[in-house]
Design a protein around this ligand. Structure first.
Ligand code: ATP
Ligand code: MG
Length: 141
C-alpha cells in the first residue's frame, strides 16, 4: 500500500442539484483527505484538453458540452491506495452498474451525467492534479 494523490471532479449535474456537500462527505467518510478544493466553470479548451483521451469517441463533443453546462468542484485527495479507493467510492461509470452505496449509484442521473470523475491510474492522477492545482494550493496537514 502506498500513499497516493488523485483528482476528483464533482460534475455539473451534481453541483446543479446541490450535492457538493453530500459527495464530499462520502469522500471524507472513506478516509480520503482533501488537500485542496475549489469551484470553477471549465472553459471549452479546458474541457476539451481534460478529456482529450476520449477525443475519438462518439460521445466526446457531448461530453465536453456537458462538462461546461455548470460549475464543477475539483478536489485533490490523498490516502492509502487513493486512486483505486476513490474509484470504488464513485462506483461504475454507468450508474445502472454501480454498487449500492456508491456515489454514482446514489446520485448519478445517466451514463453521461454521472456526477463525479476520478483519476484512473498513477500517471493520469499526477497529470490531472497538476491540471488544476499548483504545489502552493495543496496542503499537507
Ligand atoms: P471519468 O473519467 O469521468 O472518471 P470513467 O473513467 O468512469 O469516468 P470514462 O470511460 O473515462 O469513464 O468516460 C469519461 C466520461 O465520459 C464518463 O464518466 C461519462 O461522463 C462520459 N461517457 C462515457 N461513456 C459514455 C457514453 N457511452 N455515452 C455518453 N457519455 C459517456
Ligand atoms: Mg475516465
Amino acid at each position: 500500500m502506498t500513499i497516493q494523490r488523485t483528482l476528483s471532479i464533482i460534475k455539473p449535474d451534481a453541483t446543479k442539484r446541490n450535492l457538493v456537500g453530500k459527495i464530499l462527505a462520502h469522500i471524507e467518510d472513506a478516509g480520503l483527505k482533501i488537500l485542496g478544493t475549489r469551484m470553477l466553470w471549465l472553459t471549452e479548451n479546458q474541457a476539451k484538453e481534460f478529456y482529450a483521451v476520449h477525443k475519438e469517441r462518439p460521445f466526446y463533443n457531448e461530453l465536453v458540452e456537458y462538462m461546461r453546462s455548470g460549475p464543477v468542484v475539483v478536489t485533490c485527495l490523498e490516502g492509502e491506495n487513493a486512486i483505486e479507493k476513490y474509484r470504488e467510492v464513485m462506483g461504475a461509470t454507468n450508474p445502472e452498474n454501480a454498487a449500492d452505496g456508491t456515489i454514482r449509484k446514489l446520485y448519478a442521473e445517466s451514463l453521461q451525467c454521472n456526477s463525479v470523475h476520478g483519476s484512473d491510474a498513477p500517471e493520469t492522477a499526477q497529470t490531472e492534479v497538476s491540471f488544476f492545482f499548483n504545489d502552493e494550493s495543496l496542503f499537507t496537514y
